[in-house]
Design a protein around this ligand. Sequence first.
Ligand code: COI
Length: 357
Amino acid sequence: ARGMIRCEASLASDYTKPSEVADLDWENLGFGIVQTDSMYIAKCGHDGNFSEGEMVPFGPIALNPSSGVLNYGQGLFEGLKAYRTTDDSILLFRPEENALRMRTGAERMCMPAPSVEHFMDAVKQTVLANKRWVPPTGKGSLYIRPLLMGSGAVLGLAPAPEYTFIIFVSPVGNYFKEGLAPINLIVEDKFHRATPGGTGNVKTIGNYASVLMAQKIAKEKGYSDVLYLDAVHKKYLEEVSSCNIFIVKGDVISTPAVKGTILPGITRKSIIDVALSKGFKVEERLVSVDELLEADEVFCTGTAVVVSPVGSITYQGKRVEYAGNKGVGVVSQQLYTSLTSLQMGQAEDWLGWTVQL
Ligand code: COI
């Protein structure tokens, strides 16, 4: 069961056009930055209209030391992936959802945002310009990282007078060092990721800086990552540092409802629809830590982590193991396979989720 990736591995031998991919050790891709060929950049001034944008060589950008993003964290990011299919086309997974989420986040952060069409066009341009970095089928994906930031200079606290929209890409494999083996999470009861009325529901850069300390402590203790609880009752599940959380009990799959403090993950939303289509009951609601400890299976979802099975949870010194911590739960496995088959163009795209380049 550790072989959630088996279906991908068996595809690798079908891939016959290695000359069209960059020279990289595709067998050992983790989730790190690889320098690719080019990145997209567009700017927007006071009028709120973005320039058409252009592809430039991948590399450092000049930023005013007084920019809004550097001083006051006025920034957002997105994450999506491109997969290479066995017939050598490239598939994007639900890119409009990222465009829409960036627009929602931009509103919260008082920033102008690119239109959905602009976002889509920029993503396509960036992926096509870096096509040789899309891993061979079965070896991983091209992670696409759009950024929107207040690049104009401010000193007093205020929205920046100029914004920059950038997209860069990097080929990636598995997010966690465990690969596809189940991860071990610790439930955090001191630090919180988000608070009601805050920015937990948008993909602003500060949400990720604020979890680094809890994540660092957890990793030092040997855990893969941290699962946060709500800041008010310290009882209900929120999310993991970089992904959403699901629990399975019988044929019911539950996940915290996205009400303000939780990032509305696109993989989260897709897994809910896939699970419903497979006949599972799905509940979006408050999920307590007690239910987590009693669950049959637990898994995380995210663009970067895809579907990651959880092998153990530690809460207040008590460790609970799922499926003996050796295997992947059957539901997690089924959902992983269904989702990745869609993403890699191996299953009929009956929901129209992929965009072919
Ligand atoms: C993603 O899953 O794409 C994210 O944005 C999470 C990030 C921390 C890697």
